[in-house]
Design a protein around this ligand. Structure first.
Ligand SMILES: [Ca+2]
Ligand SMILES: [Ca+2]
Length: 330
């Protein structure tokens, strides 16, 4: 008998009580959010792909787009020293509603009276003052209404960074375990799940629709100007998709590519990777904007890569941006 076969047999014969000391692989919290255990580990963060290499893989993009990705370099070693629990999916509309109802929290889009942004078929970006892809700010729009239909199992959007951290604080108080946004390093470590490729399923942008909801053949007719950047394939969702509709990564996490951008804890620093500590980097001590990661249902494949970094002010609310929570614990 080979040793590995013997080990498998031994584990199968152990009584359940003998395994009770092991940490749970996942748990569900009071808002019905499922968290999966992500082990500690070391990875290579960032990307140093040359603009020419990217240009060959994404031939429809203008050359200056690739030069703008300098903040993904240098690739550097990061060690996540402690395991953590990351939400298996983005926070959903239903979970956010339960938070609002139980806490009385008023999201920024309603509290400051300026609303959010939303999709309106009659709105023409070319004719708007801002040139923005969506209409707003407008009090018609908030997490309750991004201008397109959402079920309770869709990712909540139009949520500011301040709203996201308010949710984490409230849960921490309520449940007595620490909830927070992941750091940018924790997020990329969790997204890569052991991979070094552009996506969890390899380097090919044409295969993105297998693992995430992006700007696809169904979305592009609504924004004809951006037709060249849409996935040729249909990914099944014009706007947000029910969470966990696509394949999970090796850690069991869904929608790390696309669906909704995810706020992370860090201030954005374009040169931060050159001075990042190896152990548990926390981002710059101060900044003007907060990082968001992973891309969304409206995002082109170049920008749903594991290493891509984007940012907004922490008051920003937008129909592409949501969140995923982390819970501390071994
Ligand atoms: Ca899509
Ligand atoms: Ca996402």
């Amino acid at each position: 008998m080979r040793p590995c076969t013997a080990l498998v047999l031994l584990c199968a014969l152990l009584p359940a009580a003998a395994l009770a000391a092991e940490p749970p692989v996942q748990f569900e919290n009071s808002l019905g959010m499922t968290f999966v255990r992500v082990p500690a580990g070391t990875f290579q963060m960032g990307s140093d792909e040359a603009p020419d290499t990217l240009a060959a893989a994404y031939p429809q993009y203008p050359a200056d787009r690739f030069a703008q990705l300098f903040d993904e370099a240098p690739v550097h070693t990061v060690r996540i020293t402690r395991p953590f629990y990351l939400e298996r999916t983005e926070v959903t509309v239903g979970q956010f509603r339960r938070f609002i109802e139980a806490s009385g929290y008023v999201p920024e889009s309603e509290a400051d009276g300026t609303g959010g942004y939303g999709y309106n078929a009659a709105y023409d970006p070319e004719k708007s003052q801002s040139g923005d892809a969506f209409e707003g700010r407008d009090r018609r729009y908030s997490w309750r209404n991004p201008g397109f239909a959402q079920g309770d199992d869709h990712p909540v959007v139009n949520i500011s960074w301040n709203d996201a951290t308010a949710l984490a604080r409230w849960l921490t108080q309520k449940e007595g375990r620490v909830y927070r946004l992941p750091t940018e390093a924790e997020w990329e470590y969790a997204c890569r799940a052991g991979t070094r490729t552009r996506y969890q399923n390899g380097d090919d942008p044409a295969a993105m629709p297998d693992v995430g909801n992006g700007f696809d053949a169904d979305a592009q007719p609504l924004w004809p100007k951006w037709q060249p950047y849409a996935s040729v394939r249909h990914d099944g969702n014009t706007f947000t998709a029910p969470v966990a509709s696509y394949s999970p990564n090796a850690f069991g996490l869904y929608d790390m590519h696309g669906n909704a951008w995810e706020w992370v804890a860090d201030w954005y620093g374009e040169d931060y990777y050159a001075r990042s500590p190896v152990d548990d980097p926390q981002g710059p001590a101060t900044g003007n904007v907060r990082v968001r990661r992973g891309g969304s249902w409206h995002t082109w494949a170049l920008y749903t890569r594991s290493s891509y970094r984007n940012w907004n002010t922490q008051e920003t609310r937008y129909p592409l941006v949501g969140l995923r929570l982390l819970s501390e614990g071994d």
